[in-house]
Design a protein around this ligand. Structure first.
Ligand code: NDP
Length: 245
């Protein structure tokens, strides 16, 4: 029977790339999105065109009740949820002294609470199934910090922390929990940066090129596979050598 995977924030960028790869690998793919219905539907169509199975579900990951309802709906209809990729993420950059309370709240809510909400909701069905994979997308800046991103960095460092704690709690149930920590990956989130900022970042990348969404998707596919059965509680850095943990 085909496995079922939920990818949060799969309408664009890295999440889209992960969803497409999972579709090619034969998963039933749930393409979660926040506002981009058309883009999410296009990802679903692309998976179906290649012979895969997918559907789009809108859900704000920071909303505990909405997430609970989404996971119940998925497990009721698909009977199992084998893989969750917590990829949905936002930025609202500002220097600490200027950061508004709502900028802090929004980013921490979506990135960190959203990850908690999804993990908590899927853990029960995964425990019942006696297995599952949880993969959280964090960020290099969660390990090294970044001026102007206190909220985002806190959320991403928190995700690496959640990963370790939940990995310990769920390992006896046959569930692995890992983070994939991207460096500079070209996407909508990074397109807004100036050429000057991009140039400075390139100087800090030993491999001297930016990654793309496929680099992250391939790592996720490995962690989702049986080949990664003995890996849990880890943060896998995919960053061209920019940070060597
Ligand atoms: P994008 O901005 O391209 O896409 C973000 C995705 O998250 C979209 O699908 C968006 O949905 C979804 N999303 C946003 N808010 C919510 C919400 N409240 N509930 C559900 N879904 C939501 O991001 P990237 O592809 O660049 O990043 C993906 C992940 O990788 C993020 O967690 C990011 O922090 C992380 N990352 C990215 C790096 C990079 O260089 N790009 C570097 C390090 C980490 P919609 O389209 O509907 O708005």
């Amino acid at each position: 029977m085909a496995k079922t995977a939920l990818v949060t924030g799969a309408s664009r960028g890295i999440g889209k790339s992960i969803a497409l790869k999972l579709g090619q690998a034969g998963y039933n793919v749930i393409v979660n999105y926040s506002g981009s219905k058309d883009k999410a539907e296009a990802v679903v169509e692309a998976i179906k065109t290649e012979g895969g199975q997918a559907e789009a579900i809108q859900c704000q990951v920071q909303d505990h009740e909405e997430v609970k309802a989404m996971i119940k709906d998925i497990t009721d209809r698909y009977k199992a949820i084998d893989l969750v990729v917590n990829n949905a993420g936002v930025t609202q950059d500002n220097l600490l002294m200027r950061m508004k309370e709502d900028e802090w709240d929004k980013v921490v809510d979506v990135n960190l609470k959203g990850t908690f909400n999804v993990i908590q909701s899927v853990s029960r069905p995964m425990i019942r199934q006696k297995g599952g994979r949880i993969i959280n997308i964090s960020s290099i800046v969660g390990s090294i910090g970044n001026a102007g991103q206190t909220n985002y960095v806190a959320s991403k460092a928190g995700i690496d922390g959640i990963t370790k704690s939940v990995a310990r709690e769920l390992a006896p149930k046959g569930i692995t929990v890992n983070s994939v920590s991207p460096g500079f990956i070209e996407s909508d989130m990074t397109d807004i940066l100036s050429d000057e900022v991009k140039g400075k970042m390139l100087e800090q990348i030993p491999l001297r090129f930016f990654g793309d969404a496929e680099d992250i998707a391939e790592t996720v596919m490995f962690l989702a596979s049986d080949k990664a059965r003995y890996i849990t509680g880890q943060t896998i850095h995919v960053n061209g050598g920019m940070y060597m943990g």
